[in-house]
Write a protein that binds this ligand. Structure first.
Ligand code: F6P
Length: 368
């Protein structure tokens, strides 16, 4: 009965309990699955799945591909790899995969299927071509591993054609609602932390102030998490307005009391700009400080996925195939409170995760 008490609304909970309980030890995930209304279920059985990675690559995408391929094969479903995201769908760059195609990839960054941000797929003609190519291969279900741009594409496609699309959140930015984690975020944050720790060593040796830029065009999670984990004095993110006067005042105060090592972590998408812009302002306003700038850039996207990223990728990939087998359409497989959670794709792209104000309080107090 644990699943019942976890449901948000009593009626749905009872419904999910009655519909999805197969035996008394039904998993927690099965309760959450009932959140999607039954009228959105597909009627045709999925027999051939296409899998693709789209948008910016993220460490752990390979682990997700592996999980999709091997789960599908286990269930007797054929799997096709689509190369370079939606571009491969438009151009018909599609190949049959087997268990061996995904051997020895769980530990590798990047994506064996390659990735792209496809302009062609955002045109109606491109989507029509993509559909015809899927039909040629007999593909009648898709798993899309990517971020919000990729899900927007999936949403458009599934509104126009009868192909159920299941999303797996794969982005280092963690800017998708409906999942506590996105594949790649944990690895990217750990890469940033390792780099910032190294910067702190040299900052300390020279009594310097460093402005470090991390990735995140629209989301500040990498900055927030890596900044807190490395004891940064200030963290600047796109979700909150950056008060430059407050920043200068806090650094001036630290300068006065001879706190000489200071780290400012800025997300590339901060409204005042990245490390170059913020650094330029600081150099003008703090003429006595010895300021250096470091942009971490794409190293955050590469490298072996962390254990967490491999685990969530495996779990999400497995459930994505189950989703298709159960007839679900157009949902994203996420993990919320350590339970598998399905969110309609349009909600996943519309809503963003909220950043709690508590974090800022923590930064202020701990970095004093
Ligand atoms: O995938 C997310 C992301 O890494 C953002 O944080 C960043 O702004 C963007 O991709 C960079 O994209 P590209 O590799 O195409 O320059």
């Amino acid at each position: 009965m644990q699943g019942l008490s976890n449901c948000k609304n009593g009626v749905k909970c009872l419904f999910s309990y009655l519909v999805f309980v197969r035996h008394p030890f039904t998993t927690e995930a099965q309760f959450v699955k009932a959140d999607i209304k039954a009228d959105k279920m597909a009627t045709k059985k999925v027999t051939k799945i296409g899998v693709l990675t789209s948008g910016g690559d993220a460490p752990g995408m390979n682990a997700a591909i592996r999980a999709v391929v091997r789960t599908a094969i286990y269930h007797g479903i054929e799997v096709y790899g689509i190369v370079r995201g939606y571009n491969g769908m438009v151009e018909g760059d599609i190949f049959k995969m087997d268990s061996k195609s995904v051997a020895n990839i769980i530990q590798r960054g990047g994506t064996i299927l390659k990735t792209a941000r496809s302009a062609a797929f955002f045109e109606p003609e491109g989507r029509q071509k993509a559909y015809e190519n899927l039909k040629k291969f007999g593909i009648n279900g898709l798993v899309i591993i990517g971020g919000d741009g990729s899900f927007k594409g999936a949403q458009k496609f599934s509104n126009e054609f009868d192909i159920p699309c299941i999303g797996i959140p794969g982005t280092i930015d963690k800017d998708i609602a409906g999942s506590d984690f996105t594949i790649g975020f944990d690895t990217a944050v750990n890469t940033a932390v390792e780099a910032i720790d190294k910067i702190r060593d040299t900052a300390d040796a020279h009594d310097r102030l460093f402005v470090v830029e991390v990735m995140g065009r629209d989301a500040g999670y990498i900055a927030l998490h890596s900044g807190i984990a490395t004891g940064a004095e200030n963290i600047l993110i796109p979700e909150t307005k950056t008060d430059i006067e407050e920043l200068i005042a806090s650094l001036t105060e630290k300068e006065k009391r001879k706190k000489l090592v200071n780290l400012v972590v800025v997300a590339e998408g901060d409204e005042l700009g990245g490390a170059n812009e913020i650094g330029a302002i600081m150099k003008k306003r703090l003429p006595n400080a010895d300021i250096r700038i470091c942009i971490l850039g794409h190293i955050q996207r590469g490298g072996a996925p962390s254990c967490l990223d491999r685990l969530i990728a495996s779990r999400m990939g497995f459930h994505a195939v189950e989703c298709l087998m159960e007839g679900r359409i157009n949902v994203m497989v996420g993990i919320v409170n350590n339970k598998v959670h399905y969110t309609p794709l349009d909600n996943a792209v519309k809503a963003k995760q909220k950043i709690s104000q508590d974090w800022f309080k923590i930064v202020k107090i701990l970095a004093s």
